[in-house]
Design a protein around this ligand. Sequence first.
Ligand code: NAD
Length: 409
Amino acid sequence: MTIERVGVAGAGTMGSGIAQLACLGRHETFLHDPDAAALAAGEERVRAGLLKGADRGRWTREEAEAASARLVAAPRLEDLSGCDLVIEAAPESLGLKREVFDRLAAACGPETVLATNTSSLSVTAIAAEVERPERVCGMHFFNPPVLMRLVEVVPGTETDAEVAGAVTALAERMGRTPVRAADEIGFIANRCARPYSLEGLRLLGDRVATVEQIDSICRLGGGFRMGPFELTDLVGVDVNFEVAKSFWEQSFHEPRWQPSPIQAKMVAAGRLGRKSGRGYYDYAAGPHRADDPEHDPPPANVSEWSGSEAVGLDPATQVAALERIVCQLVNEAAFALGRGIGSAADIDTAMRLGFNYPRGPLAWGDAIGAEGVLSVLDRLRSETGEERYRSAPLLRRRAAEGRRLAADA
Ligand code: NAD
């Protein structure tokens, strides 16, 4: 299956970044948006992004100009008819995406691969009513696509192996790192990242530590680029709440994914994060915090955290705030591995490249030791009586067998 011409349907934040990558991957790239102003703005973003990258030394000026010359603005969806592969990056609505796929299937040849950049909808559901659903596949980029190297390749139940292979090869030509994810809620990265904000909210709700303390513990103690609350402010408190509700509903109320009343209260108060000037932090007066001091890399060992983290240590369980977050991240990744959401290597790669985690959660679990993670979870479960701390069967098994987590079955 040869992919030469690439189409991108939707020229917004994601579509324009994806089109830039396709141009850089030496593909003639047709960028479509039904909104003329959005198409013009998207085209401008691609061209400006290519020049900016050349200024920063990411590629040469000649490469930028050659890539720019490969971009074609397509005012009508039907203008994508000659493409070998089309990536849909239209708004996140099942009805709208199904309509786009229907029209693409009618306009393009039967062999054209149709990919979707959806983050939260089922690829299988998008493909269900398309003629030849075997040529539909998920191709999930991260924001901003030009800087984030991860692409999740998500075959639906009908997707042909050759089609998934063509999507993987295209991601590689775009200079990305593809991983293979199952078509389940949140794929790999968004799913395995759930505990970061939710466990932060539980620590806050349990009054173990303040917003500022939890964020700085994650940055300084854990090596994360941002704490859960400042990250939520950046994404949008309302957006984060909608994602949380969607996981909860789609999973028929999985206890690990239960949203927090704190989120509902913040949204009701209009504290939506940076975009509204106020979220967990106040942005009216400029930067929300001072720069962090230089610090050593975080310890891998649970006992070191417990000893050093005077702030955020729960006297009842002797579990430190960071241990709680990291052990829940390891647990979620162990659930994902046990359920075949991705391979061990792909799960760790997805979290490092999709969310800049300092280490993959399974490798992190191995550094702590599966038994250590299990002991933290068991203490939390026994103290709180909550199902959300139940351990993944795979974690328990590997701890008993003394086997590594970052290894496939
Ligand atoms: P966006 O609102 O920036 O862009 C969407 C574009 O689609 C707009 O320009 C709009 O005019 C256009 N559009 C509307 N109807 C269309 C149609 N019928 N056909 C083609 N285009 C149409 O949205 P975005 O953030 O770029 O998100 C696009 C998709 O990417 C969504 O499915 C989203 O879930 C997914 N995604 C977003 C992010 C992110 O962080 N923004 C990350 C990964 C995936």
